[in-house]
Design a protein around this ligand. Structure first.
Ligand code: FAD
Length: 483
């Protein structure tokens, strides 16, 4: 007798939802049971924050423009999707990154791994820190590791270990470039737990870094020695979305774009066994034995509120910040001599509008034709969201004024594109990991209902892919236990 397929609905077709759907199909095939997977996305396009626009020969990333190669999950997915040949490294001839500090762009010391310098010589030579700042940093060698398991903010941790100056001029701007967050509020355990591990193991960040070189060659350790720290796809990250959608549809999933999920209803068919109705804006519903919410936490909160008000309240406490990216294309010859390297970050203490600017066409090949230069500016984030109230024209004017005063770019751009990300970036604030545990407990009566995506266990693309895949494994275990 044919076994009827297990029904699973994934809500949200961002990278996490797509990765979940693919992993569900793969794992169900491995487990040997038929699965009917339905993926529902509110927008007409797939990919969520991953949006690539092609404008003539320009490749413009509206959201993420690359991903970390140290975390293997995105690289592995690209391999699986046949995209390894499309992966590109950062331009090895332009490796420098700058920080705008005390009135000018200063080169960041080479050997940075994410937010932490791993080579001390270049740090000394960079002039970014004063001698007293460097001396304070060296105290990291003798300051004992913190006792106690309580959460600590990023700001408190790095100030305690490396001093105020290294935190403000080096760590904070690099961190803000990733999370657009407030380091005073962000949980170290939830964002950069390996720094905590290094402190606990070596008693000092510098010693840990010099000793095990734990952080210095991670890409090599993970079997991708030819990859730079960040990588992207030749035709933009949208390629990954297209390939994923093609693969999922090819394996038989039902794809429902431009359909908003407005409610989840739960039925109890047998004691402890639930079935869900996923209700769409047009009143129709899709039934499922398991539902994965791959939506932002504030959307998931509304969907679970009638089922579990406690879970909704906890989800409500995951804050989001808004940001915008501005892509500006110029004639290649029109930019001044300050434009070199990958771009620059701006410490919060500088009080500027920009969080960061990337010289996109220098950092990556294929982003603009040789006659053009593409720049991408990042604005908004915690404490700097006011600028987002401005209309596009004003936003562009203010960003151009920043580029003029910080990098001497006075030329008129030939093309400008503004992409706004309202509540686009979740913030892992103090106590985030405890909150996740509480959310799990609060949903224990709703077996078969899962949460994945950037709000929980990593905001970057590789972490979203890993989380989607691990969530799929949980779903498959749950379905197998119902058989
Ligand atoms: C400007 C910016 C730059 C970034 N840069 C990088 C970077 O360079 N590298 C990196 O690794 N990461 C970067 N990130 C982070 C990363 O892009 C995101 O964290 C990740 O893409 C989020 O994926 P997700 O699937 O969890 O969520 P989303 O992409 O937000 O997907 C959620 C989906 O759910 C859909 N949805 C919402 N409500 C409903 C509903 N009711 N019914 C149906 N569907 C619904 C949405 O339309 C959306 O498509 C960046 C993020 C931003 C905003």
């Amino acid at each position: 007798m044919a076994v009827s397929p297990k029904q699973v609905v994934v809500v949200g077709g961002g990278i996490a939802g797509l990765a979940t759907a693919l992993a569900l199909q793969e794992r169900a095939a491995e487990a040997g049971f038929p699965l009917a997977c339905t993926l529902i996305e509110a927008e007409s396009e797939w990919g969520g924050k991953v949006v690539t626009h092609r404008v003539g020969e320009l490749i413009i990333e509206a959201g993420p423009d690359s991903f970390l190669s140290q975390k293997p999950w995105a690289l592995e997915l690209c391999g699986k999707l046949g995209l390894s040949g499309q992966l590109i490294n950062t331009n090895e001839f332009q490796k420098k990154t700058f920080v705008f500090s005390r009135g000018r762009l200063r080169e960041l010391p080479e050997g940075l791994v994410v937010i932490m310098p791993t080579k001390l010589g270049p740090l000394f030579r960079s002039g970014l820190l004063s001698w007293s700042g460097i001396a304070r940093m060296a105290l990291d060698l003798v300051i004992p590791a913190r006792r106690g398991a309580g959460d600590e903010s990023l700001a408190s941790f790095f100030r305690r270990r490396l001093g105020h100056e290294a935190f403000e001029r080096l760590v904070e701007p690099l961190m803000a470039g990733i999370y657009a967050g407030d380091a005073e509020q962000m949980s170290l355990r939830a964002t950069f737990p390996r720094f905590l591990d290094i402190e606990q193991q070596h008693g000092s960040l510098i010693r840990g870094m010099l000793a095990g070189r734990k952080l210095t060659r991670p890409a090599a350790r993970l079997g991708s020695p030819n990859r730079t720290m960040f990588v992207t796809l030749q035709n933009g990250l949208g390629e990954m979305v297209q390939a994923l959608v093609g693969r999922i549809a090819g394996a038989g999933a039902t794809l429902m774009p431009a359909r908003q999920v407005v409610a989840i209803r739960a039925r109890c068919d047998r004691p402890g066994v639930r079935t869900y109705d996923v209700v769409l804006e047009n009143g129709s519903a899709v039934s499922a034995e398991a539902v994965v919410l791959a939506t932002p936490a504030f959307v998931s909160a509304e969907l679970v509120r009638p089922l579990s008000p406690a879970s909704a309240r906890l989800l409500d406490t995951i804050p989001y910040v808004s940001t915008a990216t501005l892509s500006l294309a110029y004639d290649a010859g029109a930019l001044g001599s300050s434009v070199g390297g990958f771009g620059f970050v701006v410490p919060r203490t500088e009080g500027r509008d920009l969080i960061a600017a990337t010289w996109t066409s220098l950092k990556w090949a294929h982003r603009a034709p040789p006659r053009q230069a593409l720049i991408r500016c990042y604005v908004g984030g915690v404490g700097r969201e006011a600028i987002l109230k401005a209309d596009d024209e004003t936003l562009v004017r203010r960003v151009r004024a920043e580029l003029r005063s910080m990098a001497g770019i006075a030329a008129e751009p030939a093309y400008v594109e503004v992409n706004r990300w309202e509540r686009g970036m979740p913030q892992y604030t103090l106590g985030h990991l405890d909150r996740l545990e509480e959310i799990k407990v609060s949903l224990r009566n709703y077996k078969g209902l899962y949460l994945t995506g950037a709000a929980y266990r990593g905001v970057g693309i590789p972490d979203c892919i890993r989380d989607g895949s691990e969530t799929a494994a949980e779903v498959i275990r749950h379905l197998a236990s119902r058989q």
